[in-house]
Design a protein around this ligand. Structure first.
Ligand SMILES: CC(C)(COP(=O)(O)OP(=O)(O)OC[C@H]1O[C@@H](n2cnc3c(N)ncnc32)[C@H](O)[C@@H]1OP(=O)(O)O)[C@@H](O)C(=O)NCCC(=O)NCCS
Length: 275
């Protein structure tokens, strides 16, 4: 059902362990209403969710299919989340936010064994959400990302986790963005690729960097250049260097994800046992 990493086993290469027909991550189809609303269902999760010590579970959900469920999700949201939902100008964005946070609460509630509305979030200095101490901060790390109606969630106890996804699309300013945010090595590798691979490689690079920075709670900053990653399509995701230190990568897990056709994603975790 999900990706897993066990302490002492070395870093996993989960994609190699999955057959091509079996997606490496699982769908957040938690009840029949959500299953019916989800066009590309992956394997549904078991009724009882257990997150073993060394595992990372990754979920995905189509938020537009779920937005009809917002009447059900809205009552589980905290006042600050509802206020944020109200600030969206377009109904679709508001619905996606409510569905995204509602699902986050629903997934967390299954792991923590508490009702979704009782989960309390607090926020890091750059707004990374985490569990408030009363909700079991020490028990579970999580992160989420959304792009164009698709959301992914990562849940783990191995350490701080970050996840990112993007719909692969033509970016007219990709050259300028690459020269501003990619390292010299990344830029050179990206430019050397045939044009037909450059768009996917661009998003590989972007999502891998962003996943690492989201694990740290930083988000997109000038530090993007400091996180050097592999980017060539169909080659393994690798963190090559962090703030000029290639050895720092040994403390991290970086995994490429294919959340759906036409999307690329990345999962990054800082492995606490190696601190
Ligand atoms: C985190 C960040 C990279 C997300 O960028 P994005 O591509 O628009 O969004 P993504 O889909 O990847 O991720 C969004 C989710 O990441 C989480 N998130 C927010 N800030 C985060 C951070 N600093 N670190 C990790 N995760 C974060 C949230 O759960 C958010 O979803 P939600 O609020 O809808 O629940 C970007 O918001 C950022 O750089 N933030 C830090 C900079 C900052 O302080 N911005 C001011 C915000 S007011």
């Amino acid at each position: 059902m999900a990706n897993s990493y066990r302490k002492g086993e070395g870093k996993p290469d989960v994609l190699n362990r999955c057959s091509r027909r079996e997606p490496p991550v699982s769908i957040a189809a938690l009840d029949p209403a959500i299953t019916a609303a989800t066009p590309l269902a992956w394997s549904p999760p078991p009724e009882m969710l257990a997150l073993a010590e060394g595992e990372i579970h990754v979920w995905r959900a189509w938020l537009d299919g779920l937005s009809g469920c917002s009447r059900r999700f809205a009552p589980t949201l905290a006042p600050d989340e509802l206020a944020r939902a109200e600030r969206f100008r377009f109904t679709r964005d508001k619905m996606r936010f409510v569905a995204g946070r509602g699902l986050l609460r629903l997934i967390l509630s299954r792991y923590l064994g508490v009702p979704a509305e009782r989960i309390v979030f607090d926020y890091g200095p750059r707004w990374k959400p985490r569990l408030g101490s009363a909700s079991g901060r020490d028990l579970l790390h999580f992160n989420l990302a959304h792009s164009d109606g698709l959301a992914v969630y990562a849940m783990t106890r191995v350490g701080e986790v970050g996840i990112d996804l993007e719909r692969v699309r033509r970016v007219s300013e990709s050259k300028q963005i690459a020269s501003y945010f990619f390292s010299e090595r990344e830029c050179a590798q990206w430019r050397s690729l045939p044009a037909c691979l450059q768009t996917e490689a661009f998003f590989n690079c972007w999502t891998r960097k962003e996943a690492c920075l989201k694990a740290n709670g930083e988000g997109i900053t000038e530090s993007l250049k400091q996180v050097e990653v592999s980017l060539i399509p169909r080659e393994p995701a690798q963190l090559l260097c962090l703030a000029g230190d290639p050895r720092a990568a040994a403390n991290w897990l970086l995994q490429a994800l294919t959340p759906a056709l036409g999307y690329v994603g990345a999962l990054a975790a800082r492995l606490e046992h190696s601190k």
